[in-house]
Design a protein. Structure first.
Length: 137
């Protein structure tokens, strides 16, 4: 899939009640760029407010009467740190939409995700995206 298809797939998933998205890919693959493009496609005058949450761990954006919580777990130190930054509160709130960069670093964070978006990089990939909706027990 390419970027415009992914933003449309995310929009449809949210309409169907999906609220938690894992964003996986190498450093610089475009995880924050994807969130910015999605946000900008939904609220065209607002895309420039999306920035990387690397040093803040979480950024919050208003979204159609709800909120988007955009996490970057790359620098999170422990399970306790996830609690400190409010990750589980966001994950448990059905009204919050979460985009979680580096969710694969914490299995308990990845488990909260209803959709996994992998960003392929490299010469042959050309910035393609794979979307996986894992089966839940």
């Amino acid at each position: 899939m390419f970027l415009n298809e992914v933003t449309e797939t995310i929009r449809k998933a949210i309409s169907a009640g999906n609220r938690k998205f894992a964003l996986l890919g190498e450093p610089g693959a475009g995880k924050t760029f994807l969130v910015r493009k999605f946000y900008g496609s939904a609220l065209p005058t607002s895309s420039n407010v999306v920035t990387s949450p690397t040093f803040l761990f979480r950024n919050v954006y208003p979204f159609n009467g709800a909120e988007i919580h955009h996490y970057d777990l790359y620098r999170v130190r422990s399970h306790e740190h996830l609690i400190e930054i409010g990750f589980y509160e966001s994950a448990d709130d059905p009204s919050v939409i979460c985009f979680i960069e580096w969710a694969d670093l914490y299995p308990e964070a990845l488990e909260t995700c209803q959709t996994i978006i992998e960003i392929e990089t490299g010469e042959d990939a050309g910035g393609k995206y794979k979307i996986n909706i894992p089966a839940r027990k």
